[in-house]
Ligand binder design. Structure first.
Ligand code: B12
Length: 222
């Protein structure tokens, strides 16, 4: 049953058919599959596979990745309240694009992958000032601030990651809040994350998951 669901679900999300994916999940639940199995044996492996394809440029379009992340994240949201025991949150992250940056797709895919791995994500949207990243991270008891930049000037500028670092330093929050960055400029220059004073970076959404989990641990855990 699970194998049947996993295959059908993967096909549905590659076809970006959210209705079909949800229908399959509903049928599986009615047939006795647990919400936990849906998340951990179907959605997570499927997202890992798709994000892996993204990393290796396996021929899926940006729109497919975006919608796959959206559908997966919707299914996880629908399953969580039905878990027998409240799921262990693996960490809390606030994510957004840097000031001046309106490239939202990568951030959305990263959010979907993190959510599917039980990391609670607050998406602050686009064009997020450094102060708002920090305020919201504190308000939500997050361990990690994730800043997405798709342009060189929004990655290197004073109002992106560097601004976040300045505030964390001034307010002595660097032990409790870690900063991860990602986006095209970081792929072109693998040392750029150090230049902008981030704690870490990741090349893709799938690589972001273990990096964020590590940073959550360094910040003291969820
Ligand atoms: C789509 C796109 C747009 C769309 C954005 C639509 C939207 N709602 O997102 C629109 C048309 C609006 C746009 C506008 C512009 N764009 Co544009 N755009 C792109 C394009 C073609 C694809 C970006 C994309 O969505 N990629 C797909 C996603 C899935 O990949 P990704 O973003 O890299 O994300 C992955 C990883 O990077 C990583 N990741 C991303 N964020 C994060 C964050 C964290 C924390 C982590 C860990 C990982 C991570 O994980 C993601 C998934 O695996 C790129 C070219 C390119 N090849 O990158 C240019 C590009 C980014 N744009 C560019 C430019 C110049 C512009 C404009 C200035 C154009 C103009 N003259 O108006 C404007 C600026 C708008 C603004 N102020 O932001 C340049 C930037 C050049 C530079 N050196 O700075 C690029 C590189 C094109 C080019 N070669 O010139 N753009």
């Amino acid at each position: 049953m699970i194998q049947h669901l996993a295959t059908g679900f993967a096909e549905a999300i590659v076809d970006t058919d959210g209705d079909k994916a949800l229908q399959l999940v509903r049928q599986a639940l009615a047939a006795g599959v647990s919400p936990e199995q849906v998340v951990f044996e179907v959605v997570v492996p499927c997202m890992d596979h798709l994000c892996g394809l993204a990393a290796s440029d396996g021929g899926l379009s940006v729109a497919q990745h975006f919608l796959a992340a959206q559908i997966s994240s919707d299914v996880v949201d629908a399953m969580l309240p039905r878990f027998r025991r409240a799921p262990q949150v693996a960490g809390r992250v606030v994510i957004g694009t840097a000031v001046g940056d309106f490239h939202a797709l990568g951030k959305r895919i990263v959010s979907g992958c993190l959510s599917a791995h039980m990391i609670e994500v607050t998406d602050l949207g686009m064009n997020v000032p450094a102060e708002r990243f920090v305020e919201q991270a504190l308000a939500r008891d997050a361990q990690v601030i994730a800043v997405s930049s798709m342009m060189v000037h929004t990655a290197r500028g004073e109002h992106g990651c560097r601004g976040v670092r300045r505030i964390l330093r001034e307010r002595r929050l660097e032990q409790q809040l870690k900063v991860v960055v990602g986006g095209a400029p970081y792929r072109f220059d693998e040392r750029l994350f150090e230049v902008v004073e981030a704690d870490a970076w990741a090349r893709s959404a799938i690589e972001a998951v273990p990096v964020v989990v590590r940073l959550v641990g360094e910040a003291g855990g969820p």
